[in-house]
Design a binder for this molecule. Structure first.
Ligand SMILES: NC(=O)c1ccc[n+]([C@@H]2O[C@H](COP(=O)([O-])OP(=O)(O)OC[C@H]3O[C@@H](n4cnc5c(N)ncnc54)[C@H](O)[C@@H]3O)[C@@H](O)[C@H]2O)c1
Length: 256
C-alpha cells in the first residue's frame, strides 16, 4: 500500500514521455490511473503496460481541447469510481519557429492544447473536487513559462498562462479543499525532445552546457516531484509553481 493508495488519478497526454513517467510513478505509489490521451495507440499501450505491472489503469480516448471530450472523460471516471482525487494536466505539443512567420494555426494549436486544454480539464475535474471538498490538480508548465525562450513564443505564452492560472485558481479554491499546483520542468529527456533534436531545432549538447548540473532532466526526476506535490506531504502547498530544472531558471548563464 503506497501513499496514493486507490487515489483516482487522471493524467492527460500520458501515452508517452513525462505523462507516462508520471502515470507509472503514481501507479507504483498505489494510485488508480486513467490515461487521457489523444493518440489511441500509445494511450492504450501505456495503460496495458501499467496493468501488466500489476497496477490498475485504463485508457480513455480524450482530446483536451474539446470541451465535450473532456466532460465525457470526467463523467466516465466519476461514473466508474465515484470520485476524482488527482488530475495531472500534462498534455502538450511544441512548435519552434520565428514569430513573424509563424503560421497562425500553430499559435492557435499550441494555446489550445497547453492553455485552453488545461483550463477545460481543471474546470471539469475541479467541479467534482469542489463537491467532494477535496482534490489536487497539478499542471505541468515549463521553464519556458518562467522566462523568455526565443522561437517558442506560443509555447512560452501558454506555459506562462498555466503558471498564472495555477496561482489564480489555487487561491480561488483554497478554502474548498482543492489544491492547484504546477511543476515547471527543465529540459527533459523525452520523445518531444528527441523529435526536436532529430528535426535539428534543438541541440542537446547546447542544453547540457546551459544546464547548471551539466545534464538535462530524466522523466523520473519530474515524476518524483509530482508525486510529492500531489501527496498529503504537500498539503499546505497550493497556488504556486515548483521548478524542477536543476537550477536552469536561477542561473544567469555567466561562466561557472
Ligand atoms: N520534454 C521537455 O523537455 C519538457 C520540458 C518542460 C515541460 N514539458 C512539458 O511536459 C509535458 C509533456 O511533455 P513531453 O516531453 O512528455 O511531450 P510528448 O510529446 O512526449 O508527450 C505529449 C503527449 O500529449 C499528448 N497530447 C497532445 N495533444 C493532446 C490533446 N489534445 N489531448 C490529449 N493528449 C494530447 C500527445 O499525444 C503525447 O502523448 C508537456 O506539457 C510539455 O510542454 C516538457
Amino acid at each position: 500500500m503506497g501513499e496514493l493508495d486507490k487515489r483516482v488519478t487522471i493524467v492527460t497526454g500520458a501515452g508517452r514521455g513525462i505523462g507516462f513517467g508520471i502515470a507509472k510513478h503514481l501507479a507504483a505509489a498505489g494510485a488508480i490511473i486513467i490515461i487521457a490521451e489523444l493518440n489511441a495507440e500509445t494511450g492504450a499501450s501505456a495503460a496495458e503496460q501499467l496493468r501488466s505491472n500489476g497496477y490498475e489503469a485504463t485508457f480513455v480516448d480524450t482530446d483536451v481541447t474539446d470541451p465535450e471530450s473532456v466532460q465525457r472523460l470526467v463523467d466516465g471516471v466519476v461514473e466508474r469510481y465515484g470520485r476524482i482525487d488527482i488530475l495531472v494536466n500534462n498534455a502538450g505539443a511544441a512548435e519552434v519557429g520565428r514569430t513573424e512567420s509563424m503560421p497562425v494555426q500553430d499559435w492557435y494549436d499550441q494555446i489550445d492544447v497547453m492553455c485552453n486544454g488545461v483550463f477545460l480539464c481543471l474546470r471539469a475535474a475541479g467541479a467534482v473536487m469542489i463537491r467532494q471538498g477535496a482534490g489536487v490538480i497539478l499542471n505541468i508548465s515549463s521553464i519556458a513559462g518562467l522566462g523568455a525562450w526565443p522561437l517558442r513564443s506560443a509555447y512560452d505564452a501558454a506555459k506562462a498562462a498555466v503558471i498564472s492560472l495555477t496561482e489564480n485558481v489555487g487561491c480561488e479554491w483554497a478554502r474548498k479543499g482543492v489544491r492547484v499546483v504546477s511543476v515547471a520542468p527543465g529540459v527533459t529527456r523525452t520523445n518531444m525532445l528527441q523529435q526536436m533534436v532529430d528535426d535539428k531545432v534543438a541541440d542537446l549538447a547546447q542544453y547540457e552546457d546551459r544546464a547548471p548540473m551539466g545534464r538535462v532532466a530524466e522523466v523520473e526526476e519530474i515524476a518524483s516531484a509530482v508525486q510529492f506535490l500531489v501527496s498529503d506531504r504537500a498539503k499546505y502547498i497550493t497556488a504556486t509553481t515548483v521548478s524542477v530544472d536543476g537550477g536552469w531558471t536561477a542561473w544567469g548563464n555567466l561562466p561557472l
